[in-house]
Design a protein around this ligand. Structure first.
Ligand code: NDP
Length: 322
């Protein structure tokens, strides 16, 4: 362990749209934020090809470029962006208390406020042909990428609310959507099931899983397997959407912050305040519902404003006490 302990007003963990927006606002409020990027600098958007739904980009923008631009904007106001992984935290319960953060198992930082923007990771099937074609027709976000498959035939894996919602979304754009549900029933709410059942261009295959995604550079088809009979079948598709859930990146905060049963950080209504004073959460790490770059950016802004107000409140209490 290093002996030197750095002291910061605001530490931001995670470098997606939420983290960078928090950084822009925090830096402009003179909180001198430092950001640790995590393992995947730029977050989930760096694995997206084209972002067409972020306001302000009439021609669209590719995900990695957008994240570089967000970084440049955050740095322009003085954010220090560092590559590193927060490996442990000790969060204070006291208003005005100091939070201790360990980076890369060695460096210790003491932060007056902490903005957690560590995001969530889409779950994948983790079969080789799927991994090979990520970005080449395999996607985990229909709202982000569905448009590229306009008028084409696609498939979606999963039987939860996300899969049902995304299947309906795709059905509006695509010629045909084949939905693969591994059980003989869906987990999605009855209302969502009704919606997918009512759409003529969605074909639901129960007891069915992906055997292999076909294609070398881009998706050209899908081999499905019926897990009851073992029967295999190939269909031509150009896009495969995996909608089998997300995992919020909250392991290091377990036991210290209030979370829901899926591990998402719970924030106080209409704020980014967590269960610990001075600790704020923004982006997908606290949102399993919307999960869009623009909503993440919005909550990043809120987190920086909440942090600024919290620091002002602590300072005024200290001034009264002294
Ligand atoms: P869920 O965990 O609810 O569903 C995941 C689905 O993927 C299940 O059908 C599951 O099958 C299937 N699955 C998991 N692993 C595999 C695999 N390896 N191969 C094939 N299928 C697999 O995740 P969601 O993202 O759908 O939803 C997360 C939460 O967000 C839920 O609480 C949901 O209600 C909520 N939500 C609400 C929305 C709304 O209200 N509008 C919209 C979207 C989400 P199995 O059932 O067999 O385990």
């Amino acid at each position: 362990m290093s002996e030197h302990i750095e002291r910061l007003k605001t530490l931001i963990i995670g470098s997606g749209p939420a983290g960078y927006t928090a950084a822009i606002y925090a830096a402009r409020a003179d909180l001198k934020p430092v950001m640790y990027t995590g393992m995947e600098p730029g977050g989930q958007l760096t694995t997206t090809t084209e972002v067409d739904n972020f306001p302000g980009y009439p021609e669209g923008i590719d995900g990695p470029t957008m994240m570089v631009q967000l970084q440049q904007q955050a740095e322009r106001f003085g954010t220090e962006v560092r590559i590193g992984m927060v490996s442990a935290v000790e969060l204070s319960d006291e208003p005005g208390g100091i939070h201790r953060v360990t980076v890369d198992n060695s460096k210790i930082i003491e932060a007056e406020t902490l903005i957690i923007s560590t995001g969530a990771s889409a779950k994948y099937l983790n079969i080789p042909s799927e991994q090979k074609l990520r970005g080449g027709g395999v996607s985990a976000c229909a709202v982000c990428d569905g448009f590229f498959y306009k008028g084409q035939e696609v498939a979606i894996v999963g039987g939860g609310d996300t899969a049902a919602e995304e299947a309906s979304y795709l059905a509006n754009i695509c010629k045909k959507v084949t939905m693969l549900v591994r059980k003989d029933h869906m987990r999605a709410s009855k209302a969502m099931q009704h919606r997918v059942n009512s759409l003529e261009n969605i074909e639901i295959r129960y007891n069915t899983e992906v055997d292999e995604v076909l294609g070398e550079q881009v998706v050209e088809g899908l081999r499905m397997v019926n897990n009851q009979t073992g029967e295999k079948e190939e269909i031509p598709i150009t896009g495969l959407f995996v909608a089998i859930g997300h995992k919020p990146n909250t392991d290091i905060f377990k036991g210290q912050l209030r979370m829901d049963d899926m591990g998402y950080i719970i924030t106080e209504s209409k704020t980014t305040k967590t269960s610990k004073p001075g600790v704020f959460a923004s982006g997908d790490v606290q949102d399993k519902e919307y999960r869009q770059a623009i909503t993440a950016a919005g909550t990043g802004c809120m987190a920086a404003l909440d942090a600024e107000r919290y620091l002002a409140m602590v300072a005024s209490k200290e001034a009264v006490a002294s």
